[in-house]
Design a protein around this ligand. Structure first.
Ligand SMILES: C[S@@+](CC[C@H](N)C(=O)[O-])C[C@H]1O[C@@H](n2cnc3c(N)ncnc32)[C@H](O)[C@@H]1O
Length: 296
């Protein structure tokens, strides 16, 4: 993979980080809350068939992955885990209430953490404001059974993801699981645009540096006054949002260097998979993957 060209000295300062923080601030300015706060979306994550074109049948929604994680945890008397980049997501609250797991989460977005504390008062102290690239996870080495990381590394450069996976490896027990849900780089982004109708701008195909039209952002920008709009770069003004899409091979190589291997022999629905690599598309057609890594 390409060395990170944008990280000018410090972790947490890559172009992906800067643009993601701008994105969430912008959405909040106009829509008041970021998308993950939407109760309909929460319901869909639990019940609806949100994903399609999976490499095996039965990849429906986030709970497909949570159930795989649950299966891996089933023989443990006590389960400790982390939601890495939790935002105001329901996972921590759900896993504590439904499965009795001791889960804690961290996120750099202070407002999202404040929202989560209000939304989940019984577990308010489990949502912590922290920049995970400028700090190590404040947990002891080899203390956790799993780390769940949903839609976060799309905001990390290669260097940042290397640091992140290294720190996650540090806190996991040997035999612990990392469930990594991420946007997946593909060869033909032109094809994506034709099929979905969404604008796409590939800045660096090999690196996976890609901008995709984002409807909530487009709407947010339309509501800004002209002066504020003029402070945004041209792509952002057009509703194009920057992501870092990782390839399966690229992220697996980095994970292996940090002490992981891909988990073997899992079941999804009625199908068996030799390697715990699930590929599929989101509702909008964005290619995605979930890999379960085993801490060696
Ligand atoms: C698409 S959201 C996903 C949030 C949550 N995991 C979910 O599934 O709803 C990406 C999250 O990554 C967080 N994030 C990005 N960079 C981070 C960093 N350096 N440290 C901690 N969190 C970060 C963002 O603040 C945001 O909440």
């Amino acid at each position: 993979m390409n060395p990170d060209k944008h990280n000018n000295g410090g972790l947490g300062n890559s172009i992906y980080q800067i643009e993601s923080q701008q994105y969430y601030a912008l959405l909040r300015e106009v829509h008041n809350k970021v998308f993950s706060f939407n109760p309909q979306r929460i319901q869909a994550e639990k019940t609806a068939e949100r994903y399609h074109n999976g490499n095996v049948e039965g990849i429906d929604n986030l709970y497909t992955f949570i159930n795989i994680l649950k299966e891996q945890m089933k023989d443990k008397a006590e389960v400790k885990g982390v939601d890495y980049g939790c935002g105001n997501h329901f996972f921590i609250d759900d896993a504590r209430k439904q499965f009795g797991w001791d889960v804690i989460g961290y996120d750099v977005d202070e407002v999202a953490i404040k929202e989560a504390k209000e939304k989940y008062p019984e577990n308010a102290d489990r949502y912590i404001h922290l920049d995970l690239l400028k700090n190590k996870i404040p947990l002891e080495d080899k203390s956790q059974d799993f780390v769940f990381c949903n839609a976060v590394i799309q905001h990390f450069s290669d260097t940042e993801v290397g640091f992140s996976l290294g720190d996650i490896a540090r806190i996991l027990k040997p035999g612990g699981i990392l469930a990594l849900v991420f946007k997946r780089n593909i060869d033909d982004w032109k094809g994506f645009s034709v099929k979905t109708g969404l604008k796409v701008k590939v800045l660096d195909a090999k690196e996976g540096k890609i901008k995709i039209e984002d409807e909530p952002m487009k709407k947010a920008i339309q509501e800004l006054d002209d002066h504020k709009k003029s402070t945004l770069n041209k792509d952002t003004q057009e509703g194009l949002r920057l992501f870092h899409f990782f390839s399966i091979e690229g992220i697996t190589d980095i994970a292996k260097q940090k002490g992981f291997d891909v988990l073997k022999n899992i079941e999804v629905g009625n199908e068996k998979l030799d390697k715990a690599i699930l590929t599929y598309r989101s509702g909008k057609g964005i290619p995605a993957a979930t890999i379960f890594f085993l801490r060696l």
